[in-house]
Structure formats: C-alpha cells, structure tokens
Design a protein around this ligand. Structure first.
Ligand SMILES: [Zn+2]
Ligand SMILES: [Zn+2]
Length: 355
C-alpha cells in the first residue's frame, strides 16, 4: 500500500510504500478511493492547536507522533475481511466512520464512540486515510452510501457529520426563530444544506469572504452577513429580528464568538465547532440572566453519520462544492488550504495511485 505521511510536523508529506495490512479478528480492510482533506489536518500537520494567550495543545501529547498518516474522511471498497468480520462483503463500497473509540467502555457500547476517553480516531491517533488502504476495527463503522456521489460521501464522515451533530444540539426552534452559521467553508456550507433539509428556513450565513457568502446563499441561506463590519453583532441580531436562537461557529476564534454570542436571544445557544483557536473572557451573570448556553460539539457518533447519510441518499443535501485532486498533489493542496484558497472541500483521488 501507499500512504502520504507526516514525517516531521509542518514539513512536506512524503509518499511511502509499505506492506498492505492483513485484517485480523473482526477487522475490515478498505481500499480507499476517495479521501477528504480537512482543515483540522492543517493543525495536526503543524503539530498543535492554539489555545490563546500563546498556549498550545500539542498533538504529540495524545500519542500523535510522526511518522503518521492523517486523513479522517475515507470512502472506499471493502477489499479483505478478518476471520470474524461480519455484516459486509468484499467489493461493497462504504463510508468509514473514523471517530472510533475503544469499543469496550460504556460510552462506546452506548454508540457514543466520539465521547470515549480512549480514542482511536483515524488520522489522529491511528493510521488515517491519506493512503490506499485503511484497517477498520469492525464493520459497524462502515456506512452504505449507495447513490451518493463518492467524493461527497467521503466528506460526510467529518464535515457532514460534524455539521449534523452540531445542528442536533440546537434548542427547539419556533416559527420566528433564526439560526446563524459562522464560517462558510466546507463545514458551513454543508450545515446550511442540512438546515434546509431539516426544514429550518431562517438561516443567516456569516463570513468575511463575499465568495463564500455567495456560495452559502446558493446552498440555501436566506440571509447573509459580511462580518467584517465593526457592528456585525448588532447587525446579526437585527437580521434575526432579535430572535437568534442558535449560532453554530465553524471558525472558533474570539472574533467569531464576538459576533455570534452577543446576538443570541434569551435561551439561545452558541455552539462551537471550529478549532481556529484563542480564548475569551465571559462575564458570568448574563449567562444566567439571559439563560444562554455555550456548548461545544466535536464530530459526531455513528448513528448521526447514518442519519446524515440518509439525508444525502434522499437527495435532500446539496453537495458542498468538492474539488477532486490527485493524491500526489497533497503538499500543494495543504498549502492552498493554509492560504485559504479552497472553496468547499478538497477530496483526494486515490484510485490510480501507484508507487
Ligand atoms: Zn475533519
Ligand atoms: Zn470507549
């Protein structure tokens, strides 16, 4: 098999030829054909997430030490089965759920792998999908996406699932309520589409890039807001007519929090997904007085992936703009992502990869 590995943090990825693994026990070997490239891979590549005030969270502290293979949006074909693997056949195409836990603890048994404390997340703590093959511990982590465009299907494993799970955390919405999506990259665009699929029409898309706002409008956002305006928070509250019930932040920096959080109505929820980084100071009494919530959301669980895939299968989701690029171009892709030059999602084509 071939993979594109981080040999040293922040340095170009290297194409590596290694032995194709043989699945053991209940494992399933998937020949990866499509592999989404996620913004969070930039942080993993760099080796840390910024926590604000100069503080950093280093991925090496979680056992993510080079050399390793990133990639957590795999789609491919089942190539081999371990002796105890059930529920899937060789040749079947599947999305791989990458946010795998230990499989043994109470939260894993409850189907909440993403809350497990012994994470085995693919592309973070175990070998990821920037390569031709991936070993999946059990067929329960494979989701059939027949009829969905394969490149888009790959992106559902992270961006689709993350957006879906964040939206699942919204409070109950009334007819006058509005919701805001901050950051209209790959995640924000799929979120707008999921909201539409769920019948939530009062959506305000927010970004600092007019092209991304236009893309969000095409995905179905009723209103858009350029948040470069100094009074963006007041404008957001005004657009929502004082009824902003939820804001989901796919950027996650002090500036986006400063737009979304003050604009919430009483009882509203600020849901943070983005890992851009930084820190904020919040006065405590208004949190109680306004009954607002600051809530985090990180990826999602296997059931949520099946639900978002079901929406895609019913043709209810408008596919995010996806540009398919050859896996050999991975380093140019990483640089483009870093420079913010990517609209929507980049998906690696691994079908014709050769040594
Ligand atoms: Zn991701
Ligand atoms: Zn577990």
């Amino acid at each position: 098999m071939i993979s594109y590995d981080v040999i040293e943090h922040g340095r170009p990825l290297q194409k590596v030829l290694k032995e194709t693994p043989k699945p053991k026990g209940s494992e399933v070997l998937v020949r990866v054909s499509r592999s989404g490239v996620c913004l969070s891979d930039l942080h993993i590549w760099d080796g840390y997430f910024a926590l604000g005030g100069g503080k950093k969270f280093y991925v090496k502290d979680r056992g993510c030490i080079p050399p390793f293979t990133m990639g957590h949006e795999p789609f491919g074909v089942v190539e081999a089965l371990g002796p105890r693997a059930k529920g899937v056949k060789i040749g079947q195409k599947r999305i791989v759920f990458p946010w795998i836990g230990c499989g043994k603890c109470a939260v894993c048994k409850d189907g909440q792998d993403n809350y497990c404390l012994n994470q085995k997340f693919m592309g973070v703590y175990t070998r990821g999908a920037y390569g031709t093959h991936i070993t999946v511990p059990d067929s329960k982590y494979l989701v059939d996406a027949a009829g969905v465009d394969e490149a888009f299907a790959a992106t559902l494993a992270c961006s689709g699932l993350t957006a879906y799970s964040a939206i699942n955390k919204f409070p109950e919405l009334g007819p006058r309520d509005w919701v805001a999506v901050l950051g209209c990259g790959g995640l924000g665009l799929v979120a707008v589409s999921i909201l539409k699929a769920k019948g939530i029409r009062n959506v305000i898309a927010c970004d600092i890039d007019p092209a991304k706002l236009e893309a969000a409008r095409k995905q179905g956002a009723k209103l858009v807001l350029d948040t470069r305006a100094p009074d963006a928070a007041q404008r957001l509250a005004a657009l929502a007519k004082g009824c902003l019930a939820a804001a989901v932040d796919f950027v996650g920096m002090p500036a986006t929090h400063a737009v979304a959080y003050p604009a919430l109505r009483k009882g509203g929820r600020y849901i943070l997904c983005g890992l851009f980084g930084g820190e904020i100071t919040l006065p405590l009494p208004p949190i109680a007085q306004r009954a607002v919530a600051v809530m985090g959301s990180y990826v999602g669980n296997p059931q949520e992936l099946r639900e978002v895939v079901a929406l895609a299968k019913k043709k209810k989701l408008k596919a995010t703009p996806v540009s398919m690029r050859q896996a050999d171009d991975i380093n140019a892709i990483m640089e483009d992502l870093k420079a913010g030059k990517v609209l929507g999602r980049v998906v690696l084509d691994l079908e014709k990869v050769a040594a």
